[in-house]
Structure formats: C-alpha cells, structure tokens
Design a binder for this molecule. Structure first.
Ligand SMILES: Cc1cc2nc3c(=O)[nH]c(=O)nc-3n(C[C@H](O)[C@H](O)[C@H](O)COP(=O)(O)OP(=O)(O)OC[C@H]3O[C@@H](n4cnc5c(N)ncnc54)[C@H](O)[C@@H]3O)c2cc1C
Length: 590
C-alpha cells in the first residue's frame, strides 16, 4: 500500500485500474480490485487527514470546520449564491471522514425499485448480502440497553469492515425517553422499537452509528471507509496506490471512446502551477468523485449536454443530456423548544455533545397526515399532476427528458403512496437551553442540477439544488414543521419545557404560508446528494447502464452516490457500501 502526495507515483505510469476519488465508493472498489491482484491507482483531490482528531474522533468535529470539507457554494436559479454552503468530504474517506455516521438500512421496496429502471440485478436480494458483508456490528452492552439501545441481530452483519455501535456513554437518555413517548402521540401509528434497520416493523429507534469505542483513549472513534478499507492491517494491499492532493481533470480516450486513462493537476492550494499530468489504465477507469463531482469530470471530457459544454468551451464528444441533471438532496431545517432552567444542566436532557441525533424516526404519509393522508395521496398519484411535474423538471433543466422525469417521479410516488414508505425523517436532539428537532422530506420530488462553468478543473461546480420547488415537498415540509411544534406541546414534555414554540417564533396559529416561508429561508441540504449520473436507460436521460458504464464510451464507469436515480429512506452509507461492492464484482467480470 502506498499513500502519498508525490505526483511521480502516477505521472506517465500505467495501472490496471485508475479510480477517481478515495471516498466511500472509490475505496470500496479499489479495495476489491486490488485484493484480486490487480494494480490500482486511486487519485484523491483532498489530503490524508486520518490523524486529525476532527476526523478520527467521532465527537471531535468543530461546527462549520473546513477540515476535509469542500464547502461547495450553492446557487438559486437566477445564479445568486444561497446562504448556506454544501458540506462534501475532501480527504481520504470522502464523506465518511466528516459525515454524521448514522447507520440504518433502506427498505426492500426502494432497493427493488432500482431494478425497475431497466437495471437487471440491482435488487434487494442481490444487495442484501453486500450489506451484511460490509458491517461489523458491536452489540450494545447492559448499560446501553438499560438506557434504550436495542438491536435485532438478524438485520446486521458482524464480520465486515465498518464498525457500527452505540456511543459510550449513550446520549441524553432522559430526553430520548421523553421523545419515545411523545413521538407516537404526534405521529399516530409510528412504531418505536429497538432497531431502525428492522423496517418496516420499526420506524423510530435509538441511533446506531459507524463508530467504535476506544477504551484506552476513552473516545468514540469514527469508522470511516479509510479506516475500514485502507488502514485496517488485514485490508492493506501492496498493489494499491493512493495519490492525494491531485484533482482529476478529464478522461483520456483512445479510438471508439475507449477510456485509456485520466489527466490530472495538483490540487495543493500552495501551488500555482497548472501542469497537466497523465496516467494510464490498462483495463478500466472508474469515476467515484461523488454526486457533486463525477459529472463535472464527464463534462470536462466532452460528455454531457451540448449547451453546457459549449458555454464552457468544450467540444461535445458524447451527447448525454442527463449528466448533472436529477440532482437531489433532502431539505432540512430545525425547530426548538425552550427548556425550563432546572434542566439546562441535567446531562440526561442536554449534553451538548456533537454526535448528532440520538433518536431517529421515519414517518409515512398516514402517520404525518392521519385522515388527511388520502387527499394528499390522491393529488400525488394524479396523472395530470405527474405530467406537469415532469414537464417543469425538464423546463428547469433538472431532467433530460419528460419520459425520464416521469419514470423517476412515478417510482418515488409508488413508494410513497402504495408501499407507504416514509416521507419525513425526524431527528430528536437537544443543545444549550433547548430541546430541538431536525427534519426533512425524505423522498423529495424536487430536483436540481450540477454543472461545470468552465474547463478549469480547479473551479467549483455550479450547484443549483432547487430544494422545495415541488408542491408535495412543500406540503410535507409545512406539515412536519407544524408537527414538531405539537410534539413539544404534548404531555410528555410538559414537565421540562418552558416554551414549546420557542424557535421559530411562529405560534400554533401560524399560517401555512408563514411556515413555508420560514422553512425555505432556513433549510439546507441534509448531505444526501444523489442522482446526477443516474443508472437508467439512455433514452430516459440515464448516464450509466446496469454495469455502471457511461453510455457512448467503453471501459469507463461511474460508481458513487450519483448513480442512484431516486432517494433512499435511510442515510446513504449502508446502501452505498453495498452498491460499490457489487459494482466492483461486476467490473471484475468484465
Ligand atoms: C456532512 C455530511 C453528513 C452526512 N451524514 C451521513 C450519515 O449520517 N449517514 C450516512 O449514511 N451518510 C451520511 N452522509 C452521506 C455520505 O457520507 C455520502 O453519501 C457518501 O460519502 C458518498 O459516497 P461517494 O463515494 O459517492 O462520495 P464521497 O464519499 O464524497 O467521495 C468522493 C471523493 O472524491 C474526491 N473528489 C472529488 N472530485 C475529485 C476529482 N476531480 N479528482 C479526484 N478526487 C475527487 C472527494 O474529495 C472525495 O474524497 C453525509 C455526508 C456529509 C457530507
């Protein structure tokens, strides 16, 4: 294993496989390919930060920190910068070196949906073994169990490379007990249970994280893709080279659009030189730069939508208008109740630790809307509404074709309306003198886009999230915001809460318009970006086929969160480790 920022390990050299991005997917694929004896180079734009306590200490990250974070700017449709920046992992481990570490599984229904987009084999039956294989669960001890942590061993792996466990000590058990009582009162039908990986049986539980407790250092340590797949002694492969602090510009093609390598530049902020280096792949090139960056590499390589490329002065080589479209994240915000003074120093209620969201709930339409659910669903499944939604996505360049937009919308709507998958994620927390909740529509219908602005690889992509433009997403957002207030006004909290309507200062009689305006002003992406290089048929606006090969090219793949056409109702990691592991197995057969 070589991990270095020395350009000469790659410049002018040849490897069997060249992978772009040492994040979750790139490390997973790189590990599997090098394990089979192939020479593999991974080029990572960020640095190696594993010894930085903001990375290895699960509670060491400082709020707003620049460590390992691209902090991409985001824009509205008029090109004005949004008030928030996008967090995105910028070191070895990618997102897994800075993320919230929340771990639970998606549902069978949503994973089976992947196959219905014309992707044979991408189903629950095939991905489940990979989910088991990636996880090494450390079950809760007696103290943790007594404080509300529970586990169903049937839905976890115990021999994988990513540690999952409950924190030591467990966070705010007193507040969590109140939340567990109040949540089903606010969302009737919600089933509070042991294990959120046990869906659909359980829809609210104490949170499991990708961490392990280091008894000698007395800290909860992050279990990142780098820890599990690069540094773990049993996983180190001689024939794997990781070049850090170098950014891939574009793919090099031979005849017939056969990918033969990549060109790259130094990403060292101290260096002003823009020398382009080249490295060659005897077998294949795999883009794993993440849903906010892999599309840009394709565009710089001449693959994408004609007008975007022309504007950037790049010659169109492969007309693939889906590149950068269908970008999606969940729009999150927070509401808070003021605690009575006497609880502010009670560490079972507020501990001000930074391991986020000790209780997580996923809430479906019936639980959110009760008797009103049927009317929300009938609007949702209306054919006219579908057509106009799809049309407006194409007009906003957030979808390549109406048929493709309809396919994506239809799949999501079927999951929401017929499979009763959750429409909201709801995180229970406390901080300072408040109890607070963060929440987001879980399967948004809104879509945005991400494109290059110029041919310069060191320039940021232009990300236009278009959060909350869809009326269904808005209805979900307003309803969950209202419900979050009702939660703190419910009997279980009456003994601890001084003001249930503390923040935002919109009272119980606030109008929907007031709630929506507040939601739009305060919301930010929940960091689950996906969809911008979707695995779908080409005529629908897909970018990769079911072997994750880029249409119109040979020997070129995308393997990262961008290939998922629709959102997940779990956070990303549990699915992405499985997707990347299966992708590697497919690539090995080619
Ligand atoms: C703040 C935050 C919180 C999150 N919380 C959770 C959570 O609690 N649970 C969960 O399951 N998921 C969470 N996620 C999401 C999860 O971490 C990501 O979905 C996942 O890491 C995506 O994996 P990936 O392989 O697609 O990309 P990444 O892991 O982001 O890896 C992409 C890598 O490519 C590199 N790169 C980019 N451009 C180039 C280039 N041109 N050349 C070379 N390298 C390049 C990047 O630096 C990065 O290291 C969170 C993400 C963030 C950012």
């Amino acid at each position: 294993l070589t991990v270095t920022n020395d350009t000469t390990v790659a410049d002018g050299k040849s490897f069997d496989y060249v992978i772009v991005g040492a994040g979750l997917s790139g490390l997973t694929v790189g590990n599997k390919l090098s394990n089979k004896g192939f020479s593999v180079l991974i080029i990572e734009a960020g640095a190696e930060e594993s010894r930085n306590s903001e990375v290895y200490d699960a509670e060491g990250r400082k709020f707003g920190s620049n460590v390992c974070n691209w902090h991409y700017p985001a824009y509205d449709e008029q090109g004005q910068p949004l008030s928030w920046k996008i967090d995105s992992g910028a070191c070895i481990g990618g997102g897994t070196s800075i993320n919230g570490m929340v771990w639970y599984r998606p549902t069978e229904a949503e994973i089976d949906k992947l196959e219905t987009f014309g992707n044979p084999g991408w189903n629950w039956r095939n991905l489940l073994p990979y989910m088991f294989a990636s996880e090494r669960n450390i079950p809760p001890d007696e103290t943790q169990r007594a404080q509300g942590a529970g586990l169903d061993p049937a839905v976890h792996g115990f021999k994988g490379f990513i540690n999952t466990s409950f924190p030591t000590p467990l966070r705010i058990p007193g507040a969590v007990a109140l939340y567990k009582k109040a949540l089903p009162l606010t969302f009737p039908g919600l089933s509070v249970g042991d294990d959120l990986s046990d869906r659909p049986l359980v829809s609210s539980a104490t949170t499991l994280y990708t961490i392990w407790y280091d008894k000698s250092a007395k800290i909860n340590r992050r279990s990142s893709a780098a820890d599990g797949l690069l540094w773990a002694p049993s996983n180190q492969h001689l024939n794997l080279t990781v070049l850090t602090t170098h950014k891939v510009d574009k793919v090099i093609f031979g005849p017939n659009f056969r990918a033969t390598g990549v060109s790259f530049v130094s990403a060292d902020t101290n260096s002003t030189a823009t020398t382009e280096f080249q490295v060659f792949a005897a077998k294949r090139v795999i883009l794993s730069a993440g849903s906010l960056a892999s599309g840009s590499i394709l565009e710089r390589s001449g693959i994408g939508r004609r007008d975007i490329l022309e504007k950037a002065g790049i010659k169109l080589m492969v007309d693939l208008p889906g590149v950068g479209a269908n970008l999606n994240d969940q729009p999150g915000t927070e509401s808070a109740a003021l605690l009575l003074d006497k609880y502010v120093n009670d560490t079972s209620i507020v501990d001000n630790r930074s391991l986020f969201a000790p209780e997580i709930s996923v809430i479906n339409g019936d639980e959110l809307w009760g008797a009103l659910s049927a009317s929300h669903m009938s609007e949702l499944v209306s054919k006219d509404a579908l057509r106009s939604r799809a049309k407006s996505l194409v007009e906003a360049h957030a979808a390549a074709t109406v048929a493709g937009a309809e396919a994506i919308l239809n799949a999501t709507i079927d999951l929401i309306a017929n499979h009763k998958l959750p429409v909201v994620e709801f995180l229970a927390e406390s901080a300072g003198n408040t109890l607070y909740t963060a929440f987001w529509p879980l399967q948004p219908l809104s879509r945005g886009h991400v494109h290059i602005n110029s041919s310069n690889p060191l320039e940021n992509p232009v990300i236009v999230p278009r959060l909350l433009v869809d009326t269904f997403d808005q209805a979900v957002a307003v309803s969950v915001a209202r419900a979050s207030r009702a939660l703190f006004a419910s009997p279980p909290f009456s003994q601890v809460v001084a003001d249930p309507y503390y923040s935002p200062p919109i009272g119980p009689n606030g109008t929907d318009a007031e709630y929506l305006a507040w939601y739009k002003n305060t919301s930010f992406g929940a960091s689950h970006w996906m969809g911008s290089t979707a695995m779908m048929p080409r005529h629908l606006g897909g970018v990769v086929d079911h072997k994750l090969q880029v249409y119109g090219t040979r020997n070129l793949h995308v393997v990262d969160a961008g290939i998922l056409p629709i959102q997940l109702t779990s956070h990303m990691m549990s699915t992405l480790y499985a997707v990347a592991s299966r992708a590697a197995d497919i690539i090995l057969t080619m």
